[in-house]
Design a protein around this ligand. Structure first.
Ligand code: UD1
Ligand code: UDP
Length: 363
């Protein structure tokens, strides 16, 4: 009998992780019935619907419509609504990805109903419990039955926490499955022409971490750095809704809009965004996924954080951490613009075949 697999999506970084798994399970539709469950944590068209289109995913089987809220509210709402679906459908397996509130909430629901849970992107640790994502990672890993790691530091972290070795599967990085699968569409994107950008002559920016964008002082520091860097290179900044709201809340709209070489845009779709990343002179970000994608492309990445749960992007890839300090940001950006690029290589098993490796474990 075919097994029902729930694939949980909720926030933007979940879509590119679950799309390849959906396809890989569908290839074996004699054995599996994959079903996408969308919690609705992200709901703007540009944070959700655009990705279903670009990543060629069908409409979700269920949409929970939880929306935004405090951590407690959002997690509780997801748990309440997803539990009802689990009771109705009793899937054979629930797969969650990454470290967002939807990940931990759905894993908790499933495990309490004795439904096996697999965590895609397991074992990553920043060792910074001040970040909500670190709590989500720790809890999800502690309760999952299958732990799919993207890099061997993940295996080490899990073993160190006492996880049984047979639960841990080093399968590689699922983000790279989406990226490699859509390379022709990424190549065909017209986003550079639309924004009058030349290959290698602009920097791409994304920022959405509470530590960077939830207080006025940090955002002012960032604006100060942009004012200087933009005298040397065009900056394109597709802004996350959290950041848009905070720029308005702190009355910084005018300051950002006065920076003449800074182009603020709404969040962009997957093909356009990856194209912007691929052809950038460098990327300045606090995103998890961007640290990995830039390493795959060999594009310099400055990560505006004190730590990273993805250390392999620093030890092997093109990523460098930069602290929230105007001069530090300007110095590292200037080094790259002066031609001092950190060399990097693509980590092991970041090869576009991670979803197949996961499916083969259940075949
Ligand atoms: C969430 C994840 C974070 C991830 C990020 C990816 C958690 C705890 N955080 O952060 O790990 O890196 O997604 O993008 O799960 N909003 C909208 N429209 C939307 C979605 C959000 O306007 O479609 C606004 C709301 O004001 C909301 C705020 O953004 O309160 C934050 O959204 P939320 O999902 O709570 O956290 P993110 O900052 O998006
Ligand atoms: N992304 C996108 N459009 C954007 C910003 C990001 O398609 O405007 C993609 C990006 O390429 C990566 C993913 O969204 O694949 C990362 O999402 P995000 O930074 O929101 O989350 P994080 O990885 O930090 O959890």
């Amino acid at each position: 009998m075919s097994r029902i697999i729930h694939l949980i999506v909720g926030a933007r970084p979940n879509f590119m992780k679950m799309a390849p798994l959906f396809r890989a399970f569908e290839k074996h539709n004699d054995k599996f019935i994959p079903r996408l469950i969308h919690t609705g944590q992200h709901y703007d068209e540009r944070m959700s619907k655009f990705f279903f289109e670009d990543l060629m995913m069908p409409k979700p089987h269920k949409y929970l419509g939880v929306g935004s809220g405090s951590h407690g509210e959002q997690t509780a709402r997801i748990m309440e609504r997803y539990e009802a679906i689990l009771l109705e459908e009793r899937p054979d397996l629930v797969l969650v990805a990454g470290d967002v509130n939807s990940t931990v909430a759905c894993a908790l629901d499933a495990v309490k109903l004795h439904i096996p849970v697999g965590h895609v992107e397991a074992g990553l640790r920043s060792f910074d419990r001040g970040m909500p994502e670190e709590i989500n990672r720790l809890v999800t890993d502690a309760i999952s039955d299958y732990l799919f790691t993207p890099s061997l530091d993940g295996n080490e972290n899990l073993l160190h926490e006492g996880v049984a070795e047979e639960k841990i599967h080093f399968v590689g990085n699922i983000m790279i499955d989406s990226l490699t699968n859509f390379l022709p569409q990424i190549e065909a994107s017209a986003i550079l022409q639309q924004h009058c950008l030349e290959v290698g002559e602009y920097a791409l920016i994304t920022l959405h971490r509470p530590s960077n964008v939830d207080n006025q002082q940090s955002l002012e520091m960032i604006a100060g750095a942009f004012e200087e860097i933009s005298s040397r290179v065009k900056l394109i900044f597709p802004i996350h809704p959290r950041t848009v709201k905070n720029i308005a809340k702190f009355g910084l709209e005018e300051r950002f809009s006065r920076i003449s070489n800074l182009f603020l845009t709404e969040p962009v779709g997957y093909y356009d965004f990856i194209r912007l990343e691929r052809d950038a002179s460098f990327v300045l970000t606090d995103s998890g996924g961007l640290q990995e994608e830039t390493t795959w492309f060999g594009v310099p990445c400055l990560t505006l954080r004190e730590n990273t749960e993805r250390p392999i992007t620093v030890t092997e890839g093109t990523n460098q951490l930069v602290k929230l300090d105007k001069d530090a940001i300007i110095e590292l950006a200037s080094e790259i613009l002066d031609g001092k690029r950190k060399p990097g290589k693509i980590p092991n098993l970041w090869d576009g075949k991670t979803a197949d490796r996961i499916v083969s474990i259940f075949s």
